[in-house]
Design a protein around this ligand. Structure first.
Ligand code: ZN
Ligand code: ZN
Length: 146
């Protein structure tokens, strides 16, 4: 089944209306694909390029809503900025390495982090939902510029 078909089904299942605005934003994330992290400004710019008249405030609202519906996943950066990526059931937990200066974001996998999360959850009697790690640093270019 196509991803968007699944999302649409989910939207109906949750009693949410799939407005053209929300669909456009979801389509954008589906086009760039999983593993891409977009800020609200990125999304806004792309929508303007596609001739959609929409304010940045509306983009923010739409992104938060889609994240609250678990269609997007929100990646909170230490500086208070946020990026969003497509939430996909097929995607295993992955982790992020974020440059604190320019926001460059790389993904990595770690069986050890997943195991540590599973161990901690088991020890304290939690049902595990996800184990995700965000590591801050300076990318090579930013570290060289300091
Ligand atoms: Zn990611
Ligand atoms: Zn950087």
């Amino acid at each position: 089944m196509a991803v968007s078909g699944g999302l649409r089904h989910d939207l109906h299942g949750r009693g949410q209306r799939l407005t053209p605005q929300r669909q456009r934003v979801l389509d954008l994330f589906e086009r760039v694909g999983a593993g891409h992290h977009l800020s609200a400004e990125d999304v806004h710019l792309q929508l303007l390029r596609a001739d959609a008249r929409v304010s940045l405030a509306t983009v923010y609202r739409t992104l938060r809503l889609l994240a609250s519906m678990a269609l997007l996943r929100e990646l909170e950066l230490p500086e208070g900025s946020r990026r969003f990526e497509l939430a996909s059931a097929e995607l295993h937990d992955h982790h992020h390495l974020v440059c604190a200066a320019c926001g460059r974001t790389e993904e990595f996998d770690s069986a050890q982090v997943l195991q540590a999360g599973a161990d901690a959850a088991a020890k304290h009697g939690f049902r595990l939902l996800s184990s995700r790690l965000t590591v801050r640093g300076l990318c090579g270019a930013c570290a060289a510029a300091v």
